[in-house]
Design a protein around this ligand. Structure first.
Ligand code: ADP
Length: 471
């Protein structure tokens, strides 16, 4: 079986969040199960293609225009990755925008990418399944749909990694992009007079998946449905939540290239050393207090307003807190301000820094993820593997992946439900108390024994493809 994944991010070539990690790891895990998985992705400015194989160029029709794109191929861990190269669209410093704003031609950029990926599938790769991820890849399904009467038309899967981003553009975009006019219909792409890429993909794909079972049911409610809950309820028979896995080669405390010392559940001395390195890195005293951390995009979704509300109280406890993140200016400022008030307990790094993300996962004792909503979340899964105990809000994949220690002897972290300062504070206080108790070491060992590798989830995707393939 051949599966073509279409995605605007693939780590390590491009990544702004979990999508890049997932599209790097899932095809590899599928390959290990005997699937011939390949990936199509844009070639952004920073992707160096020297040494890659150049495939014949493709002519792509976009409305009345024809664009020529070059195709570069490389192989990463047995997965063929095809880069769609069109410098006017992708040779820019950002993936989706700059200085906090989206590029004004994003509809056209990603339509071109999707049309090229769909054509690469039709002419060269001939996949059995075309699997598109998030709104930026939705055009691949939309253009592909025009071929539905051809005999080798692939089955299609669309994965929602975050429903908040839908790719919504003015209605006139339909003609500019050459989408089939009949698709400008409420039963396809039309959405209150606009074109909605994600809605179109949800309605045109054979199957729709999202990245955790709980998020799959949440998005069918008006609270989490971001205006598309009705559409998703309509597709509920074909909608499934499959929890993301983690790349346990890249995220492995016993081998992690970014760490000053290594460790595993049997020997945690290296974790102590990582904690001291982390304290030094952030200029905090090297003391044995619970070191809490957050690594995140700083956005409305991630719940950092709760953190800034709770911190003044929490910082009166014997603890330390480090933050690595960037995004919303006012949150960046609020966190920086708090750290200035208590520099001996709190430090902030406003940056996107992969090395530091690994050091924090390894060196912290607790990782706080208080999201308003969370399709899956990866940082809490990395934390478990590094013996760092998650404190999470019970939503989406956070709820699916963490068991509260108060609920079960198999508990792996601390959960709270209400989106409130008091609920977060109470969960943190429970965690600090546990840190000082005999229950802490067994908790760390249980966390590290969890298996959130891709093996299980890739099998679920394979079952999904197989069912389509044989239907
Ligand atoms: P989302 O995709 O919503 O941003 P996830 O938890 O699914 O959230 O994935 C976030 C990914 O991005 C993780 O790999 C995390 O380590 C990484 N990440 C987030 N913020 C930063 C940062 N400031 N520096 C380095 N890595 C970051």
């Amino acid at each position: 079986m051949r599966v073509l994944h279409v995605s605007s991010e693939v780590a390590p070539f491009s990544k702004t969040g979990g999508l890049g990690d997932v599209v790097a790891a899932l095809p590899q895990a599928l390959s290990a199960l005997g699937v011939e998985a390949c990936v199509a992705t844009p070639r952004y400015q920073h992707v160096d293609v020297s040494g890659f194989i150049e495939q014949p160029p493709l002519e792509v029709e976009l409305g009345f225009a024809t664009e020529v794109v070059r195709i570069f191929e490389t192989i990463q861990s047995a997965v063929r990755i095809f880069f769609v190269d069109h410098p006017p669209s992708f040779a820019r410093s950002g993936l989706y925008g700059e200085h906090g704003g989206d590029y004004p031609d994003n509809a056209r950029r990603f339509a071109l990418f999707g049309a090229a990926a769909s054509k690469l599938g039709a002419l060269v790769l001939r996949p059995d399944v075309l699997h598109a991820h998030d709104w930026q890849a939705a055009p691949a399904l939309i253009y592909n749909y025009a071929r539905r009467d051809e005999p080798d038309f692939p089955s299609t899967v669309f994965t929602i990694h975050n429903l908040a981003f839908q790719g919504r553009f003015p209605g006139a975009t339909m003609d500019e992009l050459g989408f089939t006019p009949e698709l400008f219909d409420p039963r396809a792409l039309e959405y209150y007079g606009d074109v909605n890429f994600l809605k179109g993909a949800v309605l045109l794909a054979d199957r729709v998946t999202t990245v955790s079972p709980r998020y799959a049911s949440e998005i069918q409610t008006s609270e989490f449905g971001v205006g598309l809950d009705g559409v998703l309820r309509q597709r509920r028979q074909d909608l499934v939540g499959i929890l993301n896995g983690i790349d346990d080669q890249v995220w492995d405390p016993a081998r992690d290239v970014y760490l000053p010392a290594h460790f595993d559940a049997a020997n945690l001395e290296g974790k102590e050393e990582c904690k001291r390195a982390l304290q030094r890195e952030f200029g905090l005293p090297e003391v044995s207090v619970p070191l809490s951390a957050a690594i995140s995009r700083l956005s409305y979704q991630k719940g950092f307003d709760l953190i800034t509300q709770a911190l003044p109280d929490l910082l009166t406890s014997n603890m330390q807190f480090v933050v690595l993140g960037s995004g919303d200016r006012s949150l960046e400022e609020a966190l920086t301000e708090l750290s200035k008030r208590t520099p001996e307990k709190m430090a902030v790094r406003i940056a996107y820094d992969d090395r530091l993300a690994h050091l924090i996962e390894a060196g912290a004792d607790l990782l706080v993820v208080p999201s308003r909503y969370e399709p899956c979340g990866l940082t809490q899964l990395y934390a478990l593997r590094y013996g760092t105990i998650p404190i999470v809000r019970a939503t989406g994949g956070l709820d699916d992946s963490i068991i509260d220690i108060g609920e079960s002897t198999a508990g792996t972290g601390f959960k709270f439900s209400d989106y409130s300062k008091s609920a977060l504070t109470e969960a943190c206080q429970r965690a600090f108390a546990c840190y000082a108790s005999a229950g802490w070491k067994p908790l760390v060992e249980r966390a590290m024994a969890q298996d959130f590798s891709w093996r299980r989830s890739a099998r679920d995707y394979l079952d999904l493809y197989s069912a389509l393939f044989h239907s």
